[in-house]
Design a binder for this molecule. Structure first.
Ligand code: SAM
Length: 296
C-alpha cells in the first residue's frame, strides 16, 4: 500500500501529515486524534450509515474519521474550528468528492441552515464525531435543543459523561444531564475505548455514546422551561429529599404547604430523592406545578 492510500488513522500516516504541515496540538481545543482504523470502523457501524444517508462531523481534525464517513455515507459535512487544519484536510481528503469542510465554532454556527445548504438531498443525517471533551455537553445540548432533523448522534466522549447521560433512575450517575438528553433521545453507551488509540493520549477514559433521536420528546410537558427547572431543582443537593430540594431550589421557604400539596397532587412521596424519579414522574410533577401556577 502506498502512503497515499493508507488510512489517515494510522500512526505513520498521521505523523507524516502532522510533520508535513508542522502541526502542533492545541490542548485548549480538545485535540486528541484517532489513530486506530478498527475503532473508526466500529464507530461508523454504530451510526448505521449507508450511501443514502449523510453524516455531519464536528471537529474533523486531520480527517481520520471523516475519511471513513466519506467511504460509508453519501455526503459528509464537517465543521472545524481550527483554521490550521483546513489545508491539511484539503490534502488528506483530496481523493473524496463527497465532503465539504466548513470553518467555524459549532456552538456559534447556525447548524440547521448549514444542513439545509450542504445536505439538501438527505432526509437522514446523523452526527458522527470524536468530540472535543472540553465542550461535550454544550455541543450535545445545542444539537438536541435546536431540534435538528437528525437520525442518530454517535459521539466519542469522556466515559464518565457517557455513563451519566445513559444512566437511569436510581443509579448514582443519573442526573439532570441524563434527563435532559433522554427527553430528546434514547441513549446507550455503545463501547468503551482505551486511551492508546489517540494521539496525544487523553488523561480520561473514553466511550462511544449512541443517541437515537425520538420523533417527539419522551414525555409530554405543558411548559418545557419549567420541566427542566423542576429537574435541576430536584437534583440540587443529592443527599436532600425531593421536598427539601424543591423548597430550597424552586419555591420559597415560606411555601411549605404548597410544596406538600404539589407532591400530593403528583402522587410522589416527598421523602424520595430526585435521583429516583423517572422522566414520566418529573413530567407529572412539572405539569402539576404548571397547573397550580395557572390557577394562581
Ligand atoms: N475527528 C478527529 C479525530 O477523531 O481524529 C479529531 C477529533 S479531536 C478530539 C476534536 C476536534 O474538534 C479538533 O479537530 C478540534 O480542533 C475541533 N474543535 C474543538 N472545538 C470545536 C468547536 N467549538 N467547533 C468545531 N470544532 C471544534
Amino acid at each position: 500500500m502506498s502512503p497515499e492510500t493508507k488510512d489517515i488513522a494510522t500512526p505513520s500516516r498521521t505523523r507524516e501529515l502532522l510533520e508535513k504541515y508542522g502541526f502542533s496540538f492545541k490542548k485548549s481545543l480538545g485535540q486528541n486524534f484517532l489513530i486506530d482504523p478498527n475503532i473508526l470502523h466500529n464507530i461508523v457501524a454504530v451510526a448505521e450509515l449507508t450511501k443514502d444517508k449523510a453524516a455531519l462531523e464536528i471537529g474533523p481534525g486531520i480527517g481520520a474519521l471523516t475519511e471513513q464517513l466519506c467511504r460509508t455515507a453519501g455526503q459528509v459535512l464537517a465543521i472545524e474550528i481550527d483554521q490550521r487544519l483546513l489545508p491539511i484536510l484539503s490534502d488528506s481528503l483530496a481523493v473524496y468528492d463527497n465532503v465539504q469542510v466548513v470553518h467555524g465554532d459549532v456552538l456559534k454556527l447556525d447548524v440547521k441552515r448549514l444542513m439545509a445548504e450542504y445536505l439538501p438531498a438527505y432526509d437522514k443525517v446523523s452526527v458522527v464525531a470524536n468530540l472535543p471533551y472540553y465542550v461535550t455537553s454544550p455541543i450535545l445540548m445545542k444539537l438536541l435543543e435546536e431540534r435538528l432533523p437528525l437520525e442518530h448522534i454517535v459521539v466519542m466522549i469522556q466515559k464518565e459523561v457517557a455513563e451519566r447521560i445513559a444512566a437511569g433512575p436510581g443509579s448514582k450517575d443519573y442526573g439532570s444531564l441524563s434527563v435532559a438528553v433522554q427527553f430528546y433521545a434514547v441513549a446507550e453507551v455503545a463501547m468503551t475505548v482505551p486511551a492508546s488509540v489517540f494521539i496525544p493520549r487523553p488523561h480520561v477514559d473514553s466511550a462511544v455514546l449512541k443517541l437515537t433521536m425520538r420523533d417527539r420528546p419522551a414525555v409530554e410537558v405543558a411548559d418545557e422551561g419549567l420541566f427542566f427547572r423542576v429537574v435541576r431543582a430536584s437534583f440540587g443537593q443529592r443527599r436532600k429529599t425531593l421536598y427539601n430540594n424543591l423548597l430550597g431550589n424552586l419555591f420559597g421557604k415560606d411555601q411549605r404547604d404548597l410544596v406538600t400539596a404539589v407532591l400530593k397532587a403528583a402522587d410522589i412521596d416527598p421523602s424520595r430523592r430526585g435521583e429516583t424519579l423517572s422522566l414520566a414522574e418529573f413530567a407529572r410533577l412539572a405539569n402539576v406545578i404548571h397547573r397550580f401556577q395557572e390557577k394562581g
